[in-house]
Design a protein around this ligand. Structure first.
Ligand SMILES: [Zn+2]
Length: 412
């Protein structure tokens, strides 16, 4: 029997999410996002930029965590431009085994960005050369990104994608870079593309017109209807350039519970929605951006009912006014907020306060030397994050001090 095509999640918080203007994540925070994504059963994390020097130690340290089975089975993949030079640098600077190679394909960008440097033929040539190089250097999972695919002539997009497939790419990423598509246009275009090329399609959509989740799932439906797997690019809380990317939790909810998808289109079974609460809270804290009160699934009002008819209805039978259960998203447990004295660990902490913080986490140190070593790392961590470290961050540092040291190390 033919294997059933599925929808997989490729989270790009640590790549597109951190490109957000005025916002970013420290390398420890990026690491924690990878860990939470892995715990959540997300298929792949686009975890950074292998040719950007300040990412090198973070990327290699996370690849070591993968080797240690801590970041497993999640696939960690890097993002580079689809040019030979970048691919070579990526493989020299990091031990990345998986890459996405990106190049613009629309007339607008070929004209407006390359400004005569590349013709359409050159774009295909550069990409093919980059794919060949990546394959030669042993890259395992290899995606090719058509930047601004939604404004690219479909004939050229098909030609470009066929060339990518022939050169050895595993997937084509359809980038709705400006959020220009609507759910109907993306369905039509991706359906034709996938039927013509027969290559799994990644959907990378933006929210400039407020349709990002709808476009992402419509594109995924088109890929599956055409007989290939679909990979939706998401970010935690929809962080991303300008109006953002497709929100991870909303995409999962849409595939699981919308009337046209539920029971018909299969989401990668490993995804555990029960981790939604934890990862969205953490990303909100790390980015310093509150979760909107009306955010699907995890907003403060996502399960709140007040008006008489709604409250009465929800109390009689939750299905009257709720499509899914709050427990399923990991909500409903008590959250303890300390309202008395608090000792936090930071860049200027001393050993006494530090001991107090770790005592509460029930972490025992072998001796004074070990405690001092961890304290020093905690100070450095806080230099990067500039906000009190979370319990999980403190535990991570105590458990994997050598990896943590690598993550904090930067030499401009
Ligand atoms: Zn993007």
């Amino acid at each position: 029997m033919k294997k059933q095509n599925k929808i997989y999640i490729v989270d790009v918080t640590n790549r597109d999410g951190v490109q957000t203007s005025r916002l970013g994540l420290a390398k420890l925070q990026k690491t924690m996002i990878n860990i939470y994504l892995n715990e959540m059963g997300v298929y792949q994390s686009e975890f950074g930029f292998p040719v950007t020097r300040h990412e090198t130690n973070y990327l290699n340290a996370n690849l070591e965590l993968a080797k240690m089975d801590i970041l497993k089975p999640i696939i960690l993949s890097g993002w580079v431009r689809a040019i030979k030079d970048d691919v070579e640098k990526a493989c020299k600077m990091t031990r990345s085994e998986n890459l996405n190679l990106s190049i613009s394909t629309s007339d607008q960008m070929i004209r407006g960005k390359f400004q005569g440097k590349y013709t359409k033929e050159d774009v295909v040539k550069e990409m093919v050369e980059a794919v060949h190089t990546a394959r030669k250097l042993g890259i395992k999972i290899l995606g090719v990104n058509a930047e601004d695919a939604s404004r690219t002539h479909l004939d050229f997009l098909i030609k470009f994608s066929r060339a990518a497939k022939k050169a050895g790419a595993d997937r084509i990423r359809y980038c709705d870079t400006l959020g220009y598509d609507d759910p109907f246009t993306i369905y039509e275009r991706v359906k034709i593309l996938a039927e013509e090329v027969k290559l799994p399609v990644e959907l990378h959509c933006h929210n400039d017109l407020g349709m990002v989740v709808a476009c992402s799932v419509a594109g995924a439906k088109a890929a599956i209807d055409a007989g290939v797997d679909a990979y939706i690019n998401t970010t935690v809380n929809g962080m991303g350039e300008r109006a953002g990317n497709a929100d991870l939790v909303s995409v999962i909810l849409a595939v699981k519970y919308s009337s046209g998808f539920q029971g018909r289109y299969i989401l990668d079974e490993r995804v555990k929605l029960s981790h939604a609460w934890k990862i969205t809270k953490y990303a909100s804290y790390a980015f310093g951006v509150p979760i909107p009160i009306n955010q699907p699934g995890v907003g403060a009002n996502a399960f709140a009912h007040e008006s008489g008819i709604h409250a009465d209805g929800a109390l009689k039978d939750r299905r009257n006014y709720e499509l899914y259960d709050f427990e399923e998203l990991g909500r409903g447990g008590p959250e303890i907020i300390d309202t008395g004295r608090q000792i936090t660990a930071g860049e200027y902490s001393g050993i006494k306060g530090f001991r107090n913080v770790y005592d509460k986490l029930e972490v025992k140190f072998k001796n004074e030397k070990e405690a001092t070593k961890i304290l020093e790392l905690v100070r450095y961590a806080n230099v990067h994050t500039q906000q009190p470290l979370t319990e999980d961050e403190l535990l991570f540092i105590a458990k994997y001090p050598d990896t943590a040291r690598k993550i904090f190390t930067m030499a401009p």
